[in-house]
Design a protein. Structure first.
Length: 338
């Protein structure tokens, strides 16, 4: 069976389950970005419009949503898995691997798993895997499913879809932005989405702490491999001294990737992870965000080598490496792609 036939069969199977199954739990990956929250909210609203019993679950610690995405919470988001999860179909959205969704019972006890995603390195963990790497985003797939199911898209759903589209295409500037994405944007704007208002919410009105954190990152920026790697590290004390939240680091990497000569941009940030065996209440790990600048660099393969994943243009991983060892790892990975 060809790849196209497999994809067609998966789409038909997902559509059939969406039509005929009565109870669902919708879920996305931890520390959700715009595409994750947008697809979670849009898919949940779609199922509600179809008269389904649906519970939307996010990981513990992911509520409240960050400032940029708070307005998307037009459905109830909970952190507790419903007691009857064994009677529900689990709809996983924007999850490249089950490891990125730490709510265990959904992974093990749900009636079946529908895996809807656009990451090319998705591990195909579902009973049905609708993985469309040609889509710009997971919201693009949800938008197409809604059209095939003839489910009307109301304004709140359209906003959720549009936010996911804007953020996962880099404001329509990344290589994954295709004709489908622009058609989708036009459709959502025709339904009443105010594109300028969405832009202001996502990218303007930032707190002073975010700008102060950017300053720290720029001060610590270094160039390696004849300028092909542009790297910066944010330490825990940077967040404490500036009063910034972890989400305030979003967008910093875009400043680095625009520097002339850069092929790989990386921002590493120290994050406190809860750990029950640590008497201090947590352990420090380093989360690394990667972006490619121009053709020829697949950052998803670099992220996989570090234990993570993502898109060819945008990816990430978590590591215990110190700064110098991390920079050496990134340089070695960059050389391998020359």
């Amino acid at each position: 069976m060809s790849t196209a036939d497999v994809a067609r069969d998966a789409r038909r199977a997902v559509l059939e389950h969406l039509r005929t199954d009565d109870a669902f739990v919708t879920v996305t990956h931890e520390h959700p970005d715009g595409d994750a929250i947008g697809s979670l909210v849009a898919a949940t609203r779609m199922l509600q419009a179809m008269g389904k019993d649906v519970v939307a679950v996010v990981a513990p610690g992911d509520l409240p949503l960050s400032r940029e995405y708070a307005g998307l919470a037009t459905v109830d988001l909970v952190t507790n898995v419903p007691d009857d999860v064994g009677e529900r179909t689990a709809l996983f959205l924007d999850c490249g691997t089950l490891d990125r969704m730490p709510v265990g019972p959904i992974r093990t006890d749900s009636r079946r798993i529908l895996n809807v995603d656009h990451h090319h390195d998705n591990t195909r963990f579902g009973d049905v895997d609708l993985v469309d790497s040609g889509a710009s985003s997971t919201v693009e797939i949800i938008w197409e499913l809604m059209r095939e199911l003839a489910v009307p898209i109301d304004l709140d759903t359209a906003k959720a879809l549009y936010v996911g589209l804007v953020t996962d295409t880099g404001q329509f500037m990344w290589e994954n932005t295709g004709e489908r994405a622009h058609r989708m944007a036009a459709d959502l704007i025709s339904l009443g989405v105010d594109s300028f208002a969405v832009y202001r919410t996502l990218y303007e009105g930032a707190p002073w702490a975010k700008l102060a954190l950017l300053g720290r990152a720029l001060e610590r920026t270094r160039r390696e491999e004849d300028g092909q790697l542009t790297f910066s590290l944010l330490r825990r004390e940077d967040y404490v001294s500036t009063g910034a939240e972890d989400t305030d680091s979003e967008g910093i990497i875009d400043h680095l990737r625009t520097v002339a000569g850069t092929r790989l941009a990386a921002v590493a940030r120290e994050v406190l992870f809860d750990h029950p065996d640590d008497p201090t209440g947590g352990v420090i790990r380093t989360k690394v965000s990667l972006r490619s600048s121009g053709p020829g660099i697949d950052v998803s393969s670099i992220a996989r080598a570090g234990g993570g994943g993502g898109h060819p243009q945008a990816a990430g991983f978590t590591t215990e490496l110190g700064e110098e060892a991390l920079v050496e790892f990134l340089c070695n990975q960059l050389r391998e792609q020359q």
